[in-house]
Design a protein around this ligand. Structure first.
Ligand SMILES: [Ca+2]
Ligand SMILES: [Ca+2]
Ligand SMILES: [Ca+2]
Length: 281
């Protein structure tokens, strides 16, 4: 009986101490997967795969004991001699290789083993030490898996289920390190600049989905010159048209090379970029 009390007291004190320290173990949705480098190009997949997580809470989270797995046999349990603390509202990069000279220039917060990211379809599943699901992303055909660019989650969808849908992810457009595109450990730029871009560029495409012919409407807050680019899931980038200084235009677009699938329509002008996703049936 006495032993039970001592044990109980220890457990209570331990819990109190953890609270005092301000770190807790993550529950569902408290850590979110926000970016995934599935298919690096500047370095090999064996060295250059990584993914980014974000602490959505306003308190620090303890990552020791979290399991990283897929639906197959990949499995890694996060471990360290010290505490792995993901600070409140912060990003961490978990990478296959921790050396920026080898991994394409990624500064990793944690290095894992026994976990790879298939270039066609795979899962990133985070579970807590008591086997509760923290977050997962399952990507497959139709997701923006591009060679040499990570997939970045749009900030409007930083939630447990928000990152489950392919239309909430975009291929990264800004290079880092050795030249691949992505924003490891940083706010996703499709996102970070979004309000600014929306302020400077208003853009609409319709119909979407389209049969191959669609209308692009663009409006700028002040006169801008720039270009329209059409990008496919392979990262192939077609400059459709350059335009001179204007405050708005409406363009009917119907190029024969736009095969069915997902496309990204990009308008770049005056240092701003706005990207929208288009489905061609
Ligand atoms: Ca890969
Ligand atoms: Ca999820
Ligand atoms: Ca990022």
């Amino acid at each position: 009986m006495k032993k039970t009390y001592v044990l109980l007291l220890t457990v209570i004190l331990a819990g109190y101490w953890i609270n005092l320290d301000g770190q807790t173990t993550p529950r569902q949705g408290e850590i979110l997967i926000t970016e995934i480098m599935v298919n690096p190009e500047a370095v090999s997949d064996a060295n250059g795969e990584w993914f980014e997580i974000w602490n959505s809470t306003d308190h620090d989270l303890l990552l020791n004991g979290i399991t990283l797995s897929d639906a197959g046999s990949n499995l890694h349990i996060m471990a360290s001699a010290g505490k792995l603390i993901l600070p409140a509202k912060s990003y961490w990069v978990l990478a296959k290789n921790g050396d920026p000279l080898i991994n394409g220039g990624v500064v990793a917060n944690y290095v894992y083993q026994s976990f790879t990211l298939s270039n066609t379809s795979d899962q990133v599943i985070l579970t807590s030490a008591d086997a509760a699901l923290i977050d997962q992303v399952s990507y497959a055909a139709g997701w923006p898996v591009v060679s040499g660019a990570s997939m970045e989650l749009h900030p409007d969808y930083h939630s447990f289920s928000g990152n489950d849908q392919p239309e909430h992810w975009f291929p990264a457009r800004v290079p880092f390190g050795a030249g691949d595109k992505g924003s490891p450990g940083k706010v996703n730029p499709v996102s970070s600049g979004l309000e600014e871009w929306e302020e400077g560029i208003r853009m609409d495409i319709y119909p979407n989905p389209s049969q191959g012919r669609f209308i692009l409407e663009v409006e700028f807050s002040k006169p801008q010159a720039g270009e329209i680019r059409l990008i496919n899931l392979l990262g192939q980038d077609f400059i459709y048209k350059s335009f001179g200084e204007t405050t708005s235009f409406k363009e009917v677009i119907e190029p024969a090379f736009m095969t069915p699938g997902i496309w990204f329509i990009e308008v770049a002008a005056g240092g701003m970029v706005r990207i929208m996703k288009l489905f061609i049936e």
